[in-house]
Every structure is written in structure tokens, then in C-alpha cells.
Ligand binder design. Sequence first.
Ligand SMILES: Cc1cc2nc3c(=O)[nH]c(=O)nc-3n(C[C@H](O)[C@H](O)[C@H](O)COP(=O)(O)O)c2cc1C
Length: 170
Amino acid sequence: MNVGTMTIKSRRSVRKYRPTKIPPYVIQDVLDCGRLAPTANNLQPWLFGAVTDRDLLRKIADLTGSAPFIADAAVCIAVFGRFGETFYLEDCAAATMNMIIAFQNHGLATCWVAGDKKPYAEPVRELLGVPPEYSLVSLIPAGAPAEVGNPPKKTLDEVTFQDRYGGKDR
Ligand SMILES: Cc1cc2nc3c(=O)[nH]c(=O)nc-3n(C[C@H](O)[C@H](O)[C@H](O)COP(=O)(O)O)c2cc1C
């Protein structure tokens, strides 16, 4: 393990946050990490909204219904993709993960909240005044962690193979 992989391995979704503010430079750094994610044909077909206004955070939480913890986050990044582009979902997922890991590197916890395919995707877009050619792909509430997550994970053996599946080592 090295510092980078340690960050990735120590991340778990956190749905309870302490009321600690996040400095603007940290949010900028996280957004910059999202901006630098790989995209198909380098199209970068996205918009990232950093929501810190408490009233908006509460409204987003209410719209989701299933993610009330967004109301208590210090910031929630809303990731939008230009859905006319073939690979916008993959691109926005890459950006989402870059930002989640960036938050983790700053000692902050997150939880990926689904946006794509959810009935609240359009209402959230409208709430934030984002143009209709974009659609919500994910929400990333973040804050100082107030809980520790430890969901069960499959073992490496269960989910990997080398060369051909079912070879002599499996
Ligand atoms: C595409 C995607 C959508 C998710 N949507 C939600 C969600 O709507 N609400 C939520 O609480 N967690 C959501 N999660 C977080 C997962 O529940 C979580 O990643 C999973 O339980 C594994 O836990 P871990 O993140 O701690 O490893 C989502 C994760 C992904 C990748």
C-alpha cells in the first residue's frame, strides 16, 4: 500500500456529518480533481455545482426523500452530465469518484447519492437552475465524519481472475 491506495482503501460511505465548515479552497481543490477526470474523446461533458446554502441543501434532501443526510452536509456537489453525449454517464461517474477520493484526501467523508435514473433528477436540476441539456448524475454530500462505515466487501479472490476466467488457479 502507498499513500494514494491507502486513501482509496480507507474510504467508506458516511451518512452522518459534524457541523464543521469546509474551507472554500478545499471545495475548489475537490472540484478541480473532478475537472481532471478522464472522459471519452476528452469531451468533459459536465457541470459541477457546489451547494453550501443550507436552505438549498435541505431542499435537495427533501427532494431525494432517501438521502435526508444531505441537509446536514457542509457541501453537496451536484454532478450534471450533458446527456446527448454517448459516454456522459461513465464520464460523470469518473468525475464523481475523483471528487470522492479528493474529499477523502482532505479528511472529509462523503456518500455517493444516485441522481441518474431517480425521479428527483429533474426537480434537483430545476431547483439549481441548470440548463435542460444537462441531467443529474450524482450528488456528493460531504462533511467531517460523525460515524464510521464498514459494510461487508467481497474478497479479492471472489471478484478477480487472472488471464482466462476459470483457469487453474480458480
Ligand atoms: C451509483 C451509486 C449510487 C448510490 N446511491 C446511494 C444513495 O442514493 N443513497 C445512499 O445512501 N447511498 C448510495 N450509494 C452508496 C452505496 O450504498 C455504498 O457505496 C455501498 O453501500 C458500499 O459502501 P461503501 O461506499 O462504504 O463502500 C450509492 C453508490 C453508488 C456507487
